[in-house]
Each structure stands twice: as structure tokens, then as C-alpha cells.
Design a binder for this molecule. Structure first.
Ligand SMILES: Cc1cc2nc3c(=O)[nH]c(=O)nc-3n(C[C@H](O)[C@H](O)[C@H](O)COP(=O)(O)O)c2cc1C
Length: 195
């Protein structure tokens, strides 16, 4: 008898930092490894936001044509089940590269609509919490459904050391919270899809 394979949820991960050794991208790598090694039924694809042009609606060709790189980006989000945002905090808000990517994906038809999303951040004293709040506010208009708990706000500049020189996560406590966040994202995504 053929084995019954359970469908795998597809998550798309976006990072707001373009820095090579970005801590926030390190969180995405850790999340991808956790899903591969110890969470069944969800896989993460990391999408780069750097190739996207700065948003300019003059680049759109009616009725709904976008530059090829934007169209591909939008397609990947449209085909996904849920989102994982790694959001650095710049001046108490969302980093510009991430906001630019979100704005492209929000253009009609908004490809985020109805999907589950989780946010993680690494930053200064509040661990990027203010950027997370702004992202949640933006998510209202995008019709995203955010995981509320656990909150993953990594205080990257306080001991113990959380990341190595390549930006790879080396802190077990953060790993554990990240795993819980991913489980919550999977559950919320399944819940939304079943309704
Ligand atoms: C323009 C700029 C503004 C920043 N503003 C904040 C801030 O408001 N709050 C904060 O916690 N960290 C702030 N930081 C520090 C970043 O959180 C820190 O550099 C972090 O490591 C960036 O994420 P990354 O490692 O993924 O690049 C700022 C950094 C830059 C470059």
C-alpha cells in the first residue's frame, strides 16, 4: 500500500537586513535548520529582498504587470502558506529593505492576504520589539494573522553571546524559543487553512 504523505506547509522567510553577517538572517538559518531537523510538516524558503528595486509604481505595467524580479517574489509569497519575518529595528521601526519588499507584495492583488505570520528580531536593548510592533501594524492592512506568543526578541548586544562572527545563532535559550515560535506558526497556519 502506498504511504500516505502529509502535506508540508511552505513558509517564506524575509529578512530586513542586507548585512553579510546579519544576526536576523542568522535567525532565519537557525529556523530553517530547526524545521529540517525537528519539526515535521513545515519547510522554510528564504527569499532575498535585495534584488527588488525601490518601489516605484511607474515600474508597473497595467493591468497587473510587475518587473520580472518583483513578479517572481510575489509568486513565491502567493504560493506559500505562511510568512516568517526577521525584522531588524532601525530607528524604532521596520528596516527599509523589508518595508520595500512588503510594499511590492502588497500591491493589488495583495499576496499576503489571509496568511499566518511570525516575527522574530535581533537588535539593541528591546531586542527589536518596536520594529515588531510597527510590523504588526502594517500587517493589519495586509490582512496577515500574526502569532502572538512566544515573542522572540533577541538582545544581540547583551551577554551571553547570541551569535558568532558569521551571524550564526549560538544561544540555546534562543533556539528553544525559536522552535516554539515555529510550532506556533505551524499551528496557526493549519488552523487558518482548516477554516
Ligand atoms: C540605521 C540604524 C538604526 C538602528 N536603530 C536601532 C533601533 O532603533 N533600535 C535597536 O534596537 N537597534 C537599532 N540599530 C542597531 C541594529 O538593531 C543592529 O545593528 C542589528 O544588529 C541589526 O540587525 P542585523 O544584525 O540583522 O543587521 C540600528 C542600526 C542601524 C544601522
Amino acid at each position: 500500500m502506498a504511504a500516505i504523505t502529509k502535506p508540508v506547509l511552505k513558509a517564506v522567510a524575509l529578512c530586513g537586513s542586507l548585512r553579510k553577517a546579519s544576526f536576523n538572517r542568522g535567525l532565519i538559518r537557525a529556523a530553517m535548520a530547526i524545521c529540517k531537523e525537528s519539526i515535521e510538516g513545515i519547510e522554510i524558503e528564504y527569499l532575498e529582498v535585495e534584488p527588488l528595486p525601490m518601489l516605484n509604481t511607474d515600474l508597473e505595467t497595467p493591468p497587473s504587470g510587475f518587473p520580472p524580479v518583483v513578479e517572481l517574489f510575489r509568486q513565491k509569497i502567493r504560493d506559500s502558506d505562511c510568512l516568517l519575518f526577521a525584522s531588524p529595528e532601525y530607528n524604532y521601526s521596520i528596516a527599509a529593505p523589508l518595508k520595500n519588499a512588503i510594499d511590492w507584495a502588497s500591491r493589488p492583488p495583495n499576496v499576503f492576504a489571509g496568511k499566518a505570520a511570525a516575527i522574530m528580531s535581533a537588535g539593541g536593548g528591546f531586542g527589536g520589539g518596536l520594529a515588531q510592533f510597527h510590523l504588526r501594524q502594517v500587517g493589519v492592512f495586509l490582512d496577515l494573522h500574526f502569532v502572538n506568543k512566544p515573542e522572540l526578541r533577541v538582545k544581540a548586544f547583551q551577554p551571553p553571546l547570541k551569535f558568532d562572527e558569521n551571524g550564526d545563532l549560538i544561544d540555546q535559550e534562543t533556539y528553544d524559543i525559536l522552535k516554539q515560535l515555529l510550532l506556533s506558526l505551524k499551528n496557526l497556519s493549519l488552523h487558518l487553512k482548516s477554516n
